[in-house]
Design a protein around this ligand. Structure first.
Ligand SMILES: Cc1cc2nc3c(=O)[nH]c(=O)nc-3n(C[C@H](O)[C@H](O)[C@H](O)COP(=O)(O)OP(=O)(O)OC[C@H]3O[C@@H](n4cnc5c(N)ncnc54)[C@H](O)[C@@H]3O)c2cc1C
Length: 337
């Protein structure tokens, strides 16, 4: 394992921000990780997966540990289910396609989400009516400070909307090395509840969709809506959809009667941040090389040479404008570093 000094991270983050890591090392096994952490006790450690959920605003003054551990295996199976474990460095979308190829159901709605398997529990990734927590069994993680391994069960992960224990109480304490899922082998729960999926399947004349049909539909929808980071730097949805007290929503609705909302609990509703941003006039807005995507207002983009600070400044401008207009605070989903 070679520790590289002053490594550019431009090709390690999907925003394509050109900052440097003070030190950088790629990790291919649990043993390698333990050794690196032991030999570098006291240094600040920064964990890097696929770099698709971070905005790097300055050089990273740390030892960047790039998790590149590969492998997957079916641990057990019966007629109905398979328990499958994938290592943290597996590319999520490739893993999803592998499960579909094995006729294992549960991950198909989350096709084409960028990033690595090991990062999926951190923000409980989700799309089109599915979240990782629905099929998650456990994950194995190494304590950064003691190098001890610990298994986190689904309950222990405290999953919420784009939330988990790894973003809260245990932030900065663990590196996830593998994730275990329980997937269906038959009687798949095909989830076509999202209108877009239904529309796409209908367009293709599909009445009884297979796992692959759903995955193909999701891939086609995502390709038509979201910019490909290989062509236009971005980190997917930059903001979370705000969950607000009903009173806050009612107040905003008094002056903006068409604000959409979805019930969350008896006291709170979720408001689509993309709608708020679009209706505040920011869709397609651009300041230098930092911009709000022209088709999807929730996505901030780097047209080429924007710095992380440029994107951050734009995000703050959007947040302030939304608060001024609707009295609603929107928070970043992306990790701002
Ligand atoms: C075009 C696009 C579309 C997207 N669509 C979606 C979507 O539909 N739904 C969704 O939920 N997300 C979406 N995202 C966000 C992103 O894909 C997910 O958050 C993904 O899980 C990030 O994985 P990563 O490996 O790239 O994480 P990174 O960006 O590398 O890391 C994210 C955070 O996790 C930490 N981390 C990374 N690996 C580990 C590890 N092994 N152990 C502990 N900590 C770690 C990092 O330090 C960082 O704080 C999208 C992103 C893009 C670019």
């Amino acid at each position: 394992m070679e520790i590289i000094k002053n490594q550019s991270l431009k090709h390690y983050n999907t925003f394509g921000i050109d900052v440097k890591a003070r030190e950088f090392v790629s990790i291919h096994s649990e043993e390698e990780l333990r050794e690196v952490l032991r030999e570098n006790t006291g240094k600040r450690i920064f964990v890097l997966g696929g770099g698709s959920n971070m905005l790097l605003t300055k050089d990273v003054d740390a030892l960047v540990v790039h998790i590149d551990i590969k492998g997957k295996e079916i641990l057990s199976e019966d007629e109905d289910h398979a328990i499958i474990r994938a290592m943290a460095g597996e590319t999520w979308h490739e893993f999803v396609l592998y499960t579909i190829g094995e006729n294992l159901g549960g991950l198909e709605n989350m096709s084409l989400i960028p990033g690595n398997v090991g990062t999926t529990p951190i923000q409980n990734i989700g799309a089109y009516g599915a979240e990782i927590k629905d099929t998650f069994v456990s994950c194995d993680a190494m304590n950064i400070h003691t190098q001890e391994m610990r298994t986190f069960t689904r309950e222990e992960c405290k999953f919420g909307y784009r939330e988990s224990i790894f973003k809260n109480e245990e932030k900065g304490n663990y590196i996830i090395l593998s994730v275990t899922f329980r997937l269906t082998r038959r009687n798949h729960k095909i989830n076509t509840g999202y209108g877009d999926i239904q529309k796409k399947l209908a367009e293709n004349g599909i009445v009884n969709p297979t796992l692959k049909d759903v995955s193909d539909a999701v891939i086609a929808i995502r390709r038509s809506k979201l910019p490909d980071p290989k062509e236009l730097g971005n980190s997917g949805s930059f903001f979370k959809n705000p969950i607000v007290p009903i009173a806050v929503y009612e107040k905003a609705k008094a002056t903006h009667p068409d604000i959409p909302h979805y019930p969350v609990s008896e006291t709170e509703v979720k408001v689509p941040a993309g709608w708020l941003i679009e209706h505040a006039g920011f869709k397609g807005y651009r300041e230098g090389d930092a911009g709000v995507h022209k088709n999807q207002a929730l996505v901030l983009v780097n047209y080429g040479n924007a710095s992380g600070a440029d994107i951050l400044a734009l995000s703050r401008k959007v947040q302030q404008a939304i608060f001024d207009k609707y009295g609603i605070r929107i928070e970043a989903e992306v990790n701002v570093i």
